[in-house]
Structures are given as structure tokens and as C-alpha cells.
Design a protein around this ligand. Sequence first.
Ligand code: TXA
Ligand code: MG
Length: 345
Amino acid sequence: MPTPILQTDTGPLMHKAVEEAARLLRAGEIVALPTETVYGLAADALNPQAVAKVFEAKERPSFDPLIVHLPSKKMLDEVAEVPASIQLIVQKLTEKMWPGPLTLVLPKKSCVPDIVTAGLPTVAVRVSKNAVFRRVAESLGRPIAAPSANRFGSISPTSAGAVVAELDDRIPLIVDGGACLCGLESTIIKVEPGSPKPIITILRPGPITPEDLKLYGKVKHLTRSVVDEATEAPGQLASHYAPRTPLRLLSKPSDFTPIPGKKYALLSYRGDSSDGYTQLTDWVHVQILSPGKGKLPEAAVRFFYVLRELDKLGVDEIIAEPMHEHGMGIAMMDKLRRASVKQVA
Ligand code: TXA
Ligand code: MG
């Protein structure tokens, strides 16, 4: 049976969708919900049987922990034990950034089931800014575990239609909240005491940039060693976020020589021929992230949608132009590199 989709465009529709989602969550079911980053597949975080259904629907390996979304900042102490040494910076960050696309990894409290954290002593927490998600979380009144609502290793969904493509038939409800405003998954950080400033390590780059975070501490990036990643950010495997079609990220136009007979599509940053990519071959299709001058937040909103569209074309290879590696460009370049690595790994 196709999964029902509830709309939220009007007050009464929103009310009905929120109540139905909360009812299912209370009953230990799973529901796809919009967030400001990407759509999440939600379950009551304190109900291990419900969380197990998330892993099953996504075909997600049990070693990959989930993010816990709180109905409000006030609930942080119920799921996490914030050490005194970082209390001040955690307070500053959550005051300024929550609700919003920032996830903090903190020591967990025992009420958080091991299945949520994949047995780790830490829990990843955030408060979503999305109006639909917030209303469902408030109605439920409990923390919600929600990974991105895609099959494991696949492209994150930024619309209800994309959730259908990933999880139709597998879940009892999709709440349609329209397109996600950020378009990229939340920035994940861990915080440690440091002198003179606390140390903020970015485990996954996202909409909250190093520039935003440096006001609060010394910002470090997790090195790209696979060993580090496996232990520090278990879900951040090299093969993540990949389309099924092979993808190659270029550094410059001269890196690409088409092989006769092969079909190629281009993922272009701004579609400008002066960048030197659009005229490299007779592309089957060119998808432009941010037409015109090229704006990173606009590219971010369209990023997963464009990857999904390119993946449908049946070409031999998707060729991706590089982007400015600052702001939200850091997260997009990280994802393109991971998608690129998949073919050689
Ligand atoms: O924006 C987002 O974060 C979205 C929306 C739905 O909130 N969620 C999302 O979840 O991207 P997911 O499961 O696709 O990615 C969560 C990442 C994984 O890479 C996981 O390994 C990491 O968070 N993570 C979760 N708990 C962790 C922990 N205790 N320590 C380190 N990394 C953790
Ligand atoms: Mg994901």
C-alpha cells in the first residue's frame, strides 16, 4: 500500500497532520516529518521498539547512531549530562542556535536507549526550527529520534516526493511540509574545554558554518581519516550521500576528457560558460545549482534535489564542478568528495 501523505498548507490541514503524526508516534510507530534541514524519519526516542522500526525501514546498520530532536531547549538535561567544564559554551550555543540546524554530541543519560546511540556513551541532540516538526514534538512532549528519511547511504530527501521515492510502502505516514529551507543536514559538533577558548570540533559540516561557530570557541575540523571517522562520527562513511550513478568531482575543467560513446551529465554551480565546464562536451543534461552569480545558500537548498534528478537520467557518469569551499560550500564539497570516492573505493 502506498504511504499516505498529509498536507499542512492550511491551519485545519496542519492541525490534522500534526495530531495524526503525534498519535502514531505515541503508538510506537514511525513517521516521516519535515525539518528545516532534510526530511527525518521520526520515532519516540525513548521507545526502543519504535526506534528499531526506523533502522528496519531505512536498512540502516545498527552501528550508526541517530540524532535526538528535543521539543524544546529545556529538555536537554533530560537526555544529556553536560559536563561542568563545557556548561557555559553549551549554554551559549544552544541559546543562540536552537532551534536550528546545529547538533551537539554530549554524554548521554541512561534513559536514552542504546539502540539510539548505537551503544555509544554520547547522544547527538538538536531542536528543529521547522514549524510542523516543532508542533509534532510539542504535541508528543518527548524526544524524537530522527535520521534522514532515506534508505541507508542514499541521497537525503528535501521534499515529501523524495521521501516517497525512498520509503514508500515502508512507513505508515509522510507529513508534507514543503521543501526544506536549508537543504543540507545539520552541522554536528562536539565541544571540549580549552584554554583560552573551548574547542569545537566539526564532525559533519552543514548549514552552521565554521565562521558562525568561531564566535564561541576554537574551531577544528575532523580529519578525513576513515579510522577517525568510524569512531568519531560513525555514520560519516566515505560512501554516504551518493547517487547510484558514478559521480566525479573535478578541480578544474582540464581534468575532464570525455570518452567517445559515453553519456555524461553536468552538475554545474552557476551554469556560466566562463567557468569552462558547460562547453566541455555535449552533456545529456546540465543541472545548475545556483543560476547567475552563484549563491551558496541557494545551491544548498537545491543540492540534494539536483543530485536526485541527475541520478534519474541513466547517464554513465555525473561530472560535478567544484564550488567555493567556504560557508555552506564546505558541506557540499564534502558530500561531493564522498560521492566521488565511492567509485574508487
Ligand atoms: O539535519 C539533520 O541532522 C537530519 C534531520 C532529520 O534532523 N538528520 C540526519 O540524521 O542527518 P542522519 O542519521 O542521517 O545523520 C546523523 C549523523 C550520523 O552520521 C551519525 O553517525 C551521527 O549523526 N551521530 C549520531 N549520534 C552520534 C554520536 N553520539 N556521536 C557521533 N556522531 C553521531
Ligand atoms: Mg542521513
